[in-house]
Write a protein that binds this ligand. Structure first.
Ligand code: AMP
Ligand code: ZN
Length: 468
């Protein structure tokens, strides 16, 4: 079965064909580490996680590079305010970013290059663009990309170049650039930058934002690679500028598939730091909300649809995860007979899972097929007993789908001393036929997030997935 992905460049779903058989090279625009990321950012990183995991599911070997932007206007402004170096200032946010990735079960990329470790590579790239005559220097020493010398500009965002005020001279612009649409490759040092600058062959200053992605992608993935991802807000100007820089320098096609994820919204508006309508992961966790429920909410809407974040969705996600985990736990061998029927069910649903995800990562279809599979197996179990081979096959299926979803594994699951004492006390109350006390303790445990179930084999417990 062939994977088809929607390519922003062509505005079409296209069959995915890597440049090198069996291998995928993918670049992802990463965080600007001047603050803690919000869950809108993590929607983008989670979409990339699903894409990456699904490519691996299909048997590809994936090399993913995600940059860390650790120098830009906001970082310089905030670091200088606190009197710290940009490295000292950004380090805690960078560490927090990696912790949050782990908390959300996002698989690590192969390389996380930081912009400040790649200034020489950026300087080399800027020089080669200057050598081709597509960049110019302004009086203050900054260097700009001259868009009018690069006719393909606008091909990703499908811009009407005429509308971009081509030829408009910018008279009083602080950067003295020739045209509004020209963008900075290098920003000359100004007083407010304080101690943040690099002394280089092209002058004293720092890189513009876009150049880091062109320089670092080619260093780790080559001049031409398979997939470039980001949020839709990256399409213009960031990705358009990346294409201009990279293709102007190399003379080659830069990327084959551009894949962009829609925004996470809050009551109709994009979740963003500047709008102030954001939730940070750690704030939600402090409220007691389960990280896997957040993962599930963020991944379960198709990446090209806007997703409105609500606590009802978190609640529904927790229920879905509980259903999956309970199903897995309920699998018990009840027969030593031979059976072929489960194999047919599993094959059908594994096929569905792949066919739906092959269609531009249709996650709702894939999740739908998983729950239909569980339903069908549960119905089958009403009249048949599962054999050892049945259980093995179902577990293989669950592991396979979970290599993409990553929601089945329960967190470290041990009772605290207090919880164990309460369970023991309830057992004693039941033995004493003190039902009122047994019920009181059951409620107290529920309040602590422990659900008890009394079965003929004894009392079992599970931890509730917290949603508030
Ligand atoms: P930034 O740190 O602002 O550069 O953003 C990092 C990544 O998060 C980029 O890929 C953005 O497109 C993405 N992003 C920012 N806000 C949202 C949002 N509300 N929903 C989805 N992705 C977002
Ligand atoms: Zn980028």
């Amino acid at each position: 079965m062939a994977l088809r992905l929607y390519n922003t460049m062509t505005r079409k779903k296209e069959i995915f064909q890597p440049l090198q058989a069996g291998k995928v090279r993918m670049y992802t625009c990463g965080p600007t580490v001047y603050n803690f990321a919000h869950i809108g950012n993590f929607r983008a990183y989670l979409f990339e996680d699903i894409l990456r995991r699904y490519l691996k599911f299909k048997g590809y070997q994936v090399t993913q590079v995600m940059n860390i932007t650790d120098v830009d206007d906001k970082i310089i402004r905030d670091a200088n305010k606190t009197g710290k170096s940009i490295r000292e200032f950004t380090k805690p946010y960078q560490n927090a970013f990696f912790e949050d990735l782990d908390t959300l079960g996002i698989e690590r990329a192969e390389v996380y290059p930081a912009a400040t470790d790649h200034v020489p590579e950026m300087v080399r790239l800027i020089k080669s663009i200057m050598d081709k005559g597509i960049a110019y220097r302004t009086d203050d020493g900054s260097i700009y990309f001259r868009v009018s010398d690069y006719p393909a500009y606008g091909k990703l965002a499908h811009l009407n170049i005429a509308e971009m005020q081509q030829g408009t001279r910018v008279q009083n612009d602080e950067y003295e650039k020739e045209e509004i649409r020209d963008f900075a490759l290098w920003k000359a040092w100004k007083e407010e930058d304080g101690p943040v600058f690099w002394e280089t062959e092209i002058g004293k200053g720092r890189p513009g934002w876009h150049i880091e992605c062109s320089a670092m992608s080619s260093k780790y993935l080559g001049n031409h690679f398979d997939i470039h991802t980001g949020g839709v807000d990256n399409i213009f100007p960031h990705h358009e500028n990346e294409i201009a820089q990279s293709e102007a320098a190399s003379g080659k096609k830069f990327v084959n598939y551009w894949i962009h994820c829609e925004h996470l919204m809050v009551e109709g508006d994009k979740m963003s730091k500047s709008a102030g309508n954001f939730y940070r992961l750690r704030e939600l966790l402090e409220k007691g909300i389960d990280a896997t429920a957040i993962r599930y909410v963020l991944l379960s809407t198709h990446y090209r649809q806007k997703l409105n974040f609500t606590f009802d969705k978190v609640e529904a996600a927790a229920k879905s995860i509980t259903r999956l985990r309970d199903f897995k736990k309920s699998l018990a061998v009840r027969s030593d007979q031979e059976s072929q029927d489960i194999g047919k069910i599993i094959d059908k649903y594994l096929n569905d899972f792949e066919a739906t995800l092959d269609d531009d990562l249709n996650i709702s279809g894939a999740l739908g097929s998983v729950f239909s599979c569980i339903h069908e197996i549960n119905t089958y179990r009403e009249t048949h007993s599962l054999t050892k081979e049945d259980v093995r096959r179902i577990l293989v299926y669950l592991n396979r789908i979970d290599s993409v979803l990553n929601v089945l594994e329960e967190p470290e699951n041990q009772l605290t001393n207090k919880e164990q004492t309460l369970i023991d006390a309830r057992q004693q109350a039941r033995a004493d036929r003190n039902w009122a006390e047994a019920d009181r303790i059951r409620d107290e445990l529920l309040h602590r997030g422990i659900i008890l179930e009394d079965t003929p084999q004894g009392t079992t417990w599970k931890r509730k997935i917290q949603t508030k």
